[in-house]
Ligand binder design. Structure first.
Ligand code: SAM
Length: 388
């Protein structure tokens, strides 16, 4: 135990969903290590560009400046390449669409945050009557070219702009499809954009794909990595940098956890029904009880999510959990101040509170309350984290 967690290469060949759902799985393909910053979003682009105007002159390619790319990471093809190469993600969407053409035949589809337009292309191939592909970044220009190159312009219309600002040429759509999930499910807060589109354009009895998303929690042994990432700051070349340790404790770490590190069961924290929920439902407090499956030490709690497409002929979806094939979302690790010496059968109980940050709703504030009243360890503590 105590191994440095694995890279984002496939660390588990398990095809079973750790949450007991019987998903139709994607084919077994390897995933390249994916490392990118999803934080920049087009909603801030205009303001930032105005602030920056005249300051950045470096020309990259045709008419793009380095500012375009710095402040709007979705404008660069690299992030789309990485998402497309996340085969768990992209193949699941493809299978959902191609294996359920009865959902799409002659239907009007809205693709919220279309990127390269990949989901729109799938929907067009599946027989959709028309697909509106809305994308706010510069990638919308590429999506238009891609649609033309694939001779699907009569079915797919790319609209460049924010969902919250564009006008659709139709009053209603039958299906909303989107890949909106961020790290820890809710980082980036694109879910609000999907809910906005749903409330504005979706017909009664329309379909949102995916329509369910669930957040889970488990606990891991992680001595070596905690030492490397957190305790490191206590003495750096002999100097006390523990003020940075405090910061590093507050920032959840997005990384891949080896399933051998898992010490407890997994607890479902929250399931969101995207077809019914309100924006406020993404703020919640959920209790948890994590029962140790062996005697070990616990250094961190680990959050991950799954998404489901329940309107398919057979339930489909994917998990980003440590026992499933790796995705670019990896898992989210929250280190604990205390090392919990837990005996098999004992439970770490507590609650997790999740809410968008008040100043920047794209960031997520997390409060963790946990306690262990065990034979060898009695601890009770509250910790605050911020995903940013
Ligand atoms: C996670 S990517 C998914 C891209 C593509 N659908 C795919 O599956 O490869 C989300 C995309 O949504 C876009 N986006 C985010 N917020 C948006 C908004 N409010 N309006 C329109 N597009 C948005 C981003 O620029 C980004 O390209």
């Amino acid at each position: 135990m105590g191994k440095r967690r694995s890279s984002n290469k496939q660390s588990s060949s398990s095809n079973s969903n750790e949450n007991g759902l019987s998903y139709q799985q994607v084919t077994n393909m390897s995933i390249e290590d994916v490392e990118f910053d999803e934080a920049a979003e087009c909603s801030n682009l205009e303001e930032t560009m105005n602030e920056q105007s005249g300051q950045v002159q470096a020309i990259i390619g045709s008419d793009k400046t380095s500012a375009d790319y710095y402040f709007d990471s979705y404008s660069h093809f690299g992030i789309h390449e990485e998402m497309l190469k996340d085969t768990v993600r992209t193949k699941t969407y493809q299978n959902v669409i191609y294996q359920n053409t009865f959902l799409f035949k002659d239907k009007v589809v809205l693709d919220v945050g279309a990127g390269t337009g990949i989901l729109s292309l799938f929907c067009a191939k599946a027989g959709a009557k028309h697909v509106y592909a809305v994308e706010c970044s510069q990638m919308a220009d590429m999506a238009k070219e891609i649609v033309e190159a694939n001779k699907l312009s009569d079915v797919v219309t790319v609209l460049k702009g924010k969902i919250e600002e564009i006008e659709l040429p139709v009053t209603h759509v039958d299906i909303i499809i989107s890949e909106w999930m961020g790290y820890f499910l809710l980082f980036e807060n694109m879910l609000d954009t999907v809910l906005y589109a749903r409330d504005k354009w979706l017909v009664n009895n329309g379909i949102v794909l995916p329509d369910k998303a669930s957040l889970y929690l488990t606990a891991i042994e992680d001595a070596e990595y905690k030492e490397d990432k957190i305790e490191f700051w206590n003495s750096v070349y002999g100097f006390d940098m523990s003020c940075i340790r405090k910061q590093s404790m507050m920032e959840p770490l997005v990384d891949t956890v080896d399933q051998n590190q898992i010490v407890t069961n997994s607890q479902l924290l929250k399931t969101m029904d995207i077809s019914k929920m309100t924006s406020g439902d993404a703020s919640f407090t959920a209790p948890f009880k994590l029962v140790a499956e062996r005697s070990d030490y616990i250094h961190a709690l680990v959050a991950y999510f799954d998404v489901s497409f329940t309107k398919c002929h057979k339930l489909m979806g994917f998990s980003t959990g440590p026992k499933s094939r790796a995705t670019h979302w990896k898992q989210t690790v929250l280190y604990l101040e205390d090392v919990l010496t837990v005996c098999a059968g004992e439970a770490v109980v507590g609650s997790m509170t999740v809410a968008p940050n008040k100043n920047n709703p794209r960031d997520v504030d997390i409060t963790l309350k946990y306690s262990l009243s065990g034979q060898r360890c009695q601890v009770s503590r509250t910790q605050h984290y911020k995903m940013r």
